[in-house]
Ligand binder design. Structure first.
Ligand code: S3P
Length: 442
């Protein structure tokens, strides 16, 4: 492991205390920019997350002809207008579109591009170029788009759109909101109803937000559909805070004795807050208060207080999609709980920004905690008396959620830790450490 980019994370001087906002939701931010770019007219967006991943989406739609005029607000969010290409369609870009580290950018774009008579090469960073894309290309090919090289799973891939796509009904082999969204976005141009069925419910922001842009959707449990053809019309999106970012603060409060925090203005979409239910089942002192709705998205407050007796629990396969991005940090909490925690069928963790399943097992091993995989299930044998060993170094593998997870070992414990490639937090949560500074200084 290279030691050139090690960041030292010191224990917090005091318990976490007070109220805080987290940056805008990453999934909703991507969709607000993309749907605005596809729409006729100028949409207004606010609360948009200013992170590397969302910048990848902004860069991509700009290369395709949308006009993005966003300014940075004092709270760090982006706000402003996006003028879309509407019925005229995206323009042929002159170069490959670079999607950085962002799976959401590239996979959603594959759906966006499918109905247009253009040819676009999509690529990304080393991590993104290892992630599976055939799962998206397969249904889009059934609809009429084509991909070169044929059958290739990894980027770079060239997509050749087709203005005569046809609607399909698709049984998704995995629960993935990115896959569901790509099919639905392609379905907007098709005559009739495009329907997707998923093994268990994944996040539903697409089916909730598209009607604001004039598309007719159905959002049911494990099923979503869109009826076309329809040209999206400009709208307004106010992005609430990201529950996946809030999860790190909430878990930190549960691990640092004496803490008591409230995360405000955060999305309370049930497809996203599965982690709060898991923590509750572990015995955590946690509560949700709904404050209102932004479009069809509920938002409110997550309150959490340090809890000294946490116990392991079993998370069934059908709940995993609702907390997939929180498995790393929940695993760290499980490492401090009494008894065994089992996450059923977390095979998707293997194809995230890194192989998170192996990374969790390796990282918890450094802490002296037994964690192992049996088939696609993850087991963690917790230890409420866990002590941080001296001189711990974690490799984030350039994965933002691993960087934040391992930083909690240093922040909430009594010994510093070092993290390789900690800067990757900028992918989803710029200013991550400053949030902790704020919560210990109030
Ligand atoms: C996302 C869907 C999830 C999630 C990712 C964001 C989205 O991925 O892990 O961080 O915005 O649709 P999958 O669709 O691969 O499960």
């Amino acid at each position: 492991m290279s030691t050139s980019k090690l960041t030292r994370i010191d224990p917090l001087p005091r318990p976490l205390d007070g109220s805080i906002h987290v940056p805008g939701d990453k999934s909703i931010s991507h969709r607000s920019i993309l749907f605005s770019a596809m729409a006729e007219g100028t949409s207004r967006v606010s609360g948009v997350l200013d992170s590397e991943d969302v910048r990848s989406t902004i860069g991509a739609v700009t290369a395709l002809g949308a006009e993005v005029n966003l300014e940075k607000m004092p709270d760090g969010s982006l706000q402003g207008g996006v003028t879309g290409w509407g019925a005229a369609g995206p323009k042929q870009p002159t170069e490959p579109i670079y999607c950085g580290n962002s799976g959401t950018t590239v996979r959603l774009l594959m759906g966006v591009l499918a109905p247009w008579d253009i040819r676009v090469t999509l690529t990304g960073d080393a991590s993104l170029c290892k992630r599976p894309m055939r799962r998206i290309a397969l249904p889009l090919t059934k609809m009429g788009a084509s991909f070169e090289p044929v059958g290739q799973d990894t980027l770079p891939i060239t997509e050749v759109g087709n203005p005569n796509l046809h609607a399909i009904t698709y049984d998704m082999p995995v629960s993935s909101a990115q896959l569901k969204t790509a099919v639905m976005l392609a379905g907007l141009s098709c005559e009739g109803t495009t329907e997707v069925h998923e093994p268990s419910p994944s996040r539903n922001h697409t089916e909730l937000m598209l009607p604001q842009f004039g598309a007719e959707t159905v959002a049911a449990r494990g099923m979503a559909s869109v009826t076309g053809p329809v040209t999206l019309q400009a709208s307004e999106v106010v992005v609430p805070g990201d529950p996946s970012s809030a999860a790190f603060l909430v878990c930190a409060a549960l691990l640092r004795p004496g803490s008591r925090i409230q995360v405000e203005n955060v999305s309370l979409n049930v497809a996203r807050i599965g982690f709060t239910r898991t923590l509750e089942r572990m015995g955590a002192d946690i509560a949700l208060t709904t404050q209102g709705h932004s479009g069809k998205e509920p938002y409110g407050i997550i309150s959490a207080s340090y809890t000294d007796t946490l116990r392991g629990c079993e998370i069934p396969a059908e709940k995993i999609a609702g907390l997939i991005d929180e498995v790393p940090v929940l695993s760290l909490v499980a490492a401090h709980a009494k008894g065994i925690t089992v996450f059923r069928n977390v095979s998707e963790l293997r194809v995230k920004e890194s192989d998170r399943l192996q990374a969790i097992i390796d990282g918890l091993g450094k802490l002296g905690v037994s964690a192992w995989a049996e088939g696609d299930d993850l087991y963690i044998e917790g230890n409420p008396d866990l002590q941080t060993p001296d001189d711990l170094v974690f490799d984030s593998l350039g994965d933002h959620r691993l960087a934040m997870t391992w930083s909690l070992v240093g922040l909430c414990g009594d010994k510093p830790v070092h993290i390789d490639n900690f800067e990757s937090v900028a992918v989803s949560f710029p200013g991550f450490l400053s949030q902790f500074d704020r919560l210990v200084s109030e």
